[in-house]
Design a protein around this ligand. Structure first.
Ligand SMILES: Nc1cc(-c2cccs2)n[nH]1
Length: 249
């Protein structure tokens, strides 16, 4: 998978050099390029913003640098060998986007080329989004109903959520199965040594070695936790995915 990120603060994305995503880049599982939008300006001051038409506070990001930067990202490097001709996905972090979920991460982890446009100020001139539709599948994307100062933080979260689902990035794919949201439920509580810590014991069943009982206990905790903390997820559950014992929780 190829990932391009365009930002006026490329150093913000240096966290993607670290840990799991950094290792996947070294292994060639992910090709990630971060580009400074200001490289695509033509004036001495490297201007990327201007006042909004129609008035109002703040500044809007100018269209031309974005068009040049996105075209460069789209055409950079050879198309992956053998990959079907897919248009790259242009993800535009925005509080006005569709909400990014684990399902979105799973969907985007299957794509060959993702380009992330980190907007700042009051946003990017809307004509860039319209212009991009010719060569990209354009996806305005929100992390949630709160406002950030720029798209970089959202891109860090999305690249991690997507990247970890790319085959080979996580050493043990088993650990992807029971994590929160993997199947619409929150994950169960976890424990490790010591068995007694500050007068708090580990739940007895987990020390029993009885795998069936442990699996049932964990599933019950997932259902109870989801019902308590995220009733919206319970409402969205597919009843066909629940077994009889689930219904008794
Ligand atoms: N969910 C979300 C995205 C954003 C921003 C993206 C770019 C500037 S602000 N705020 N909140």
């Amino acid at each position: 998978m190829r990932i391009d990120v365009v930002s006026i603060f490329p150093e913000y994305l240096s966290a993607l050099d670290l840990s799991l995503i950094g290792k996947a880049r070294e292994q060639g599982l992910l090709q990630l390029t971060v580009t400074d939008l200001r490289e695509f300006t033509a004036d001495r001051h490297r201007t990327v913003d201007d006042t909004p038409y129609g008035g109002g506070a703040g500044m809007v990001m100018k269209p031309e640098p974005w068009a040049l930067a996105l075209d460069a990202a789209r055409t950079r490097g050879p198309a992956a060998a053998g990959a079907p001709e897919q248009r790259p996905v242009l993800v535009v972090p925005s509080p006005a986007g569709e909400v990014f979920t684990q399902a979105t991460a799973r969907e985007l982890a299957l794509r060959e080329h993702l380009v992330f446009a980190c907007g700042r100020y009051e946003g990017i001139d809307e004509r860039v989004v319209e212009w991009s539709r010719e060569h990209f599948e354009v996806r305005p994307m929100s992390l949630g109903d709160y406002v950030l100062n720029g798209g970089e933080v959202a891109v860090l979260a999305m690249v991690e959520a997507i990247g970890r689902l790319v085959p080979g990035v996580i050493g043990n794919p088993e650990s992807l199965v029971e994590e929160s949201h993997a199947e619409g439920l929150l994950e169960y509580p976890v424990y490790t040594k010591p068995a007694l810590w500050r007068d708090r014991p580990v739940p007895e069943v987990l020390l029993s070695g009885h795998h069936g009982r442990i699996a049932r206990w964990r599933r019950d905790r997932q259902l109870q936790r989801t019902a308590a903390r995220r009733p919206d997820l319970v409402a969205a559950l597919d009843p066909a995915g629940l077994d009889r014992a689930d219904r008794d929780v």
